[in-house]
Design a protein around this ligand. Structure first.
Ligand code: UDP
Ligand code: MG
Length: 314
């Protein structure tokens, strides 16, 4: 029997957990051909999330948990789940039931058809402000523009991953992590499933705009080092301006017979030296980008098949 691990990071989710467990119980009952593991990661909760999880484990041996020493954040919590999961595939979902468990059978169906990463894409976002929707949309646009890896739109962390994706993700050990970029980076056979994202059933979101900006910057910088190229691109117009102004001043010398004025010399000097400085920053940026990529220590490639055999990535 194949085993599916459901990974659920939980931070102050005491109110949501009982309802979540009920819905998961129903789901597991309906999928009797599979073995399940529900793996909670208690991310340093301050309420009694841990006690509730422990109680659940006493009643139901399919429940296991990791208790973090403090709050490490959702990204790290998911990674711990990926490290500890024992299933043939894992499903990552939120504790607040924004990701409805009812679509899991569909995710599993596509997994059985041979897809490695079946991700749930939001058709709608209930209970979210237009500002959040708008910024999310713009963010995707920018992100896709600056990176060569294909990015899944309107997709959170809710997804099913085959064991080989899990093994691949385990190899990405950088400490500044962005899961979304990693799911894209590993590639493999992806399949999209549409769903309606529900509002959170209890408690409050742990996100605020400051955290979201952090996440957005993390996202961009972990996908690509192209922001470091900005100075190279600024250097080009600076030099063009220098060139045009130089021609203008020289032409004035010869045509109107006007000697070069002090202020003109100053403008030329400023353009010249600031251009050089910006260019040098760009060069440093290029090397910094290379160091940045190197220190991530990622595998160079991931193999899909070898001589027709699916690579498991162990
Ligand atoms: N979460 C976590 N650690 C944190 C913040 C959040 O493990 O520091 C969990 C949280 O319990 C939930 C999931 O990550 O299961 C998503 O968090 P939330 O619902 O607050 O985010 P949103 O859905 O509003 O983006
Ligand atoms: Mg949520």
């Amino acid at each position: 029997m194949k085993k599916i691990s459901i990974i659920i990071p939980a931070y102050n989710e005491a109110e949501a957990l009982p309802v979540l467990k009920e819905r998961l119980d129903k789901l597991m009952e309906s999928m009797e051909n599979y073995e399940f593991e529900i793996l909670f990661i208690n991310d340093g909760s301050k309420d009694n999330t841990l006690e509730i999880i422990k109680e659940m484990r006493q009643e139901d041996e399919r429940v296991s948990y990791i208790d973090f020493a403090r709050n490490f954040g959702q990204e790290i919590a998911m990674m711990a789940g990926i490290d500890y999961a024992t299933g043939d595939s894992v499903i990552i979902m939120d504790a607040d039931l924004q990701d409805p468990p009812e679509i899991i059978p569909e995710l599993v169906k596509y997994w059985e058809e041979g897809y490695d990463d079946v991700y749930a894409r939001r058709k709608s976002r209930k209970g979210e402000t237009w500002l959040k929707k708008f910024t999310a949309k713009m963010y995707y646009k920018v992100l896709q523009h600056v990176t060569r890896v294909e990015i899944q739109r309107d997709t959170g962390n809710f997804r099913l991953l085959d064991r080989r994706c899990v093994n691949a993700l385990k190899k990405l050990r950088e400490s500044q992590r962005n899961m979304k970029s990693m799911f894209s980076w590993i590639g493999y056979k992806k399949k999209e499933v549409l769903y309606d994202r529900d509002p959170r059933i209890a408690g409050k979101t742990k996100w605020n705009y400051m955290k979201l900006i952090d996440l957005a910057i993390d996202g961009i910088t972990s996908f690509t080092t192209s922001p470091l190229r900005i100075s190279t691109f600024i250097a080009i117009p600076t030099f063009i301006a220098l060139f045009i102004y130089l021609i203008y001043v020289i032409a004035k010398c010869f045509i109107v017979h006007q000697v070069m004025q002090a202020y003109q010399a100053i403008i030329l000097l400023i353009l010249f030296f600031s251009g050089i400085q910006i260019l040098l920053f760009g060069i440093i940026g290029e090397y910094l980008g290379r160091i940045f990529n190197e220190t991530k220590n990622r595998p160079l490639y991931l193999v899909n098949e070898y001589n027709g055999e699916k690579e498991r990535n162990e």
